[in-house]
Design a protein around this ligand. Sequence first.
Ligand code: FES
Ligand code: FES
Length: 168
Amino acid sequence: MKTNLNVNGEDRTLDADVRTSLLDALRMHFDLTGTKKGCDHGQCGACTVLVNGRRINSCLTLACMHDGDEITTIEGIGTAPDLSALQAAFVAHDGYQCGYCTPGQICSATAMLEEFRMGWPSNVTDDVTASPDVTLEEVAERMSGNLCRCAAYPNIRDAIMEVAEAKA
Ligand code: FES
Ligand code: FES
């Protein structure tokens, strides 16, 4: 089945079995291996990408469901000579050890900052009618779907908080 996707600003056509997950389409058909496969069933967040600006576990969705959608992977967030603010903060704060979870962490945090900007509440927001404050508790809750087996959480947290507070 053919599916038209815009991946990192480029129009791509996927010709694959309808059962192909978005994760496998990105990694195996488009060679975008920055997006990682950890658990392959929605438990770890390593496969997080943005679909039309919203974060999603790409292992849990079929590529053919995204005809016409804009997909952003870690390769589209920034490049080595032109890092995004979050990517630079992860480097500055040493927010990784093996790095396997890092693309998912950064894609997820990128969308999370946008969720703050739009005033979306989380499970720990006291007043859901007000714009949520950027607190450690809020960030921890909103990033709870992204696991780090190396437990680099303190540095990941510092990197994200630096950027979140700068944007607040
Ligand atoms: Fe998708 Fe773990 S690989 S959530
Ligand atoms: Fe190794 Fe997070 S840095 S899993």
